[in-house]
Design a protein around this ligand. Structure first.
Ligand code: 9WN
Length: 431
């Protein structure tokens, strides 16, 4: 796989970011704002890194799974012991948990890892076989998905897995979480140390009140010993992106199992099960997209966000659903392929803010996931347009964390790893 000649400067610039953010065993999302290893970031990073160094991409995932808990969960942050513990808040002292490998948080992030492992393997199968990459990763990936199924499936959730904190959605500040968060008492202002505001403008980041609520929820979960007593937690949500990714990741596990001579059938069956549960429990045919469901109230949360388009990732999506969700994506709320990046929140919605963290800006990872879903579902025309817009934006924004969805103006930090990694992947893969 090679990039076209004219794209060489962009490919080199992306590689420079990934090399600068490589720590020796994994890649930090950002040297300033996020100086540790993040779970779903590492999966996206591996997807790009495999084009530069398949071995580093393998190590990226192996290093994350080296901090996997005994119960199978893959922590959302693995703390770098060499980085001062107050460089990021909440740091290791707050979470109070260490595995044999490192101090970690007790939360998780969306399960993109099996997809990343399969793509990483396919970039250099011989090297991967020599290093025993799949035999090492497969049981760990199985244990990770088993944790979600065993511990995160609420009895009233129709078989879907739940998240217990906005940070677990990856779309931390989404308007979808406003109503469930309103039930949460923020910790007193003085207990939150906003390290993030030293690196990004306050207008791009969550408010102090929301931060106080994030910290309260995390402290409550920690004080329960990170035991998933789903009845005792305030924030328990069935999120469409998490579940669509789990269905797609089970599809990737089926490919990995087949490659290793193991039985792929249980993974295909699980993927189909989650797909059915998502279409029954979260998809709204009249609105043309999926909504999260609040397990505490049993009600859907009617905000139109990019997560609602993620049924496009489902390997077994029925054609009628595919066409409907695609029309929603192309419509006024998301303008898919016509904006700089796919907006994280409805362009016409009441809570739309084009510069604030997950309340409107476009992000490379969610846009890439939709691109990838469209390619896999054979929607190559729309996928090609989306890819062109993403590459234009990457050329102009300096690998920023997120951008104004229409103008492409950069927000958040620069030299952000998954922006660089996914740009590189787009350059290497024609639609
Ligand atoms: C909390 C690292 C992470 C991403 C998330 C993004 C942001 C952290 C924060 O940064 O979250 O996990 O401090 O805001 O929302 O998706 O994984 O890049």
């Amino acid at each position: 796989m090679t990039t076209a000649e004219g794209d060489a400067p962009l490919a080199h610039a992306a590689a420079r970011v990934l090399f600068a953010n490589w720590t020796g065993g994994y890649t930090v999302p950002s040297r300033s704002l996020y100086p540790h290893q993040w779970s779903w970031d590492s999966a996206f990073i591996a997807i790009g890194l495999r084009h530069l160094s398949p071995r580093r991409a393998q190590r990226e995932l192996e290093s994350l799974f080296g901090a996997q808990w005994a119960d199978g969960r893959v922590p959302h942050i693995v703390f770098d012991p060499a980085t001062p513990s107050d460089a990021y808040f909440p740091g290791p002292e707050f979470w109070r948990h260490s595995t044999a490998a490192a101090a970690t948080t007790g939360l998780v992030q969306p399960p993109v890892h099996a997809i990343a492992a399969w793509e990483t393997y396919r970039a250099a199968p011989d090297e991967a076989r020599r290093r025993g990459f799949l035999p090492r990763m497969y049981p760990r990936l199985v244990a990770w998905h088993a944790y979600l199924t065993r511990c995160r499936t609420p009895s009233t959730g129709g078989g879907l897995v739940a998240i217990v904190h906005p940070w677990e959605s990856g779309m931390d500040n989404s308007p979808s979480w406003d109503a469930p968060l309103a039930r949460v008492e923020p910790v007193p202002a003085g207990t939150v140390q906003r390290r993030d505001l030293q690196h990004a403008p306050a207008a791009d980041r969550p408010t102090d009140t929301d931060y106080g609520r994030y910290v309260r929820l995390a402290a409550d979960y920690r004080d329960l010993g990170y035991v998933d007593k789903l009845d005792a937690l305030d924030f328990v949500i069935l999120d469409p992106m998490t579940n669509a990714l789990l269905a797609a990741a089970e599809g990737a596990l089926a490919e990995i199992a087949a490659e290793m001579g193991a039985d792929p059938a249980p993974h295909r069956a699980r993927s189909a099960e989650i797909t059915d549960a998502l279409l029954t429990g979260l998809y709204d045919a009249d609105e043309g997209l999926a909504f999260p469901r609040d397990v505490r109230t049993g009600e859907p949360i009617h905000h139109r966000t990019v997560a609602g388009l993620m049924p496009l990732l489902l390997p077994g999506i029925p054609d009628a659903v595919l066409q409907t969700v695609l029309q929603t994506g192309l419509g006024a709320s998301f303008e898919l392929g016509r904006t700089a990046l796919v907006p994280s929140y409805d362009l016409t919605g009441p809570a739309f803010e084009p510069g604030r963290y997950w309340r409107g800006p476009g992000w490379f990872n969610t846009s890439w996931l939709l691109w990838r879903g469209l390619v896999d579902r054979g929607q190559t025309g729309v996928a090609a347009r989306l890819r062109e817009r993403m590459l234009d934006t990457a050329r102009r924004c300096g690998f920023r964390e997120y951008v104004h969805p229409i103008t492409g103006e950069g927000h958040g930090v620069g030299d952000f790893s998954w922006t660089a990694a996914l740009t590189l992947d787009l350059l290497h893969r024609r639609t």
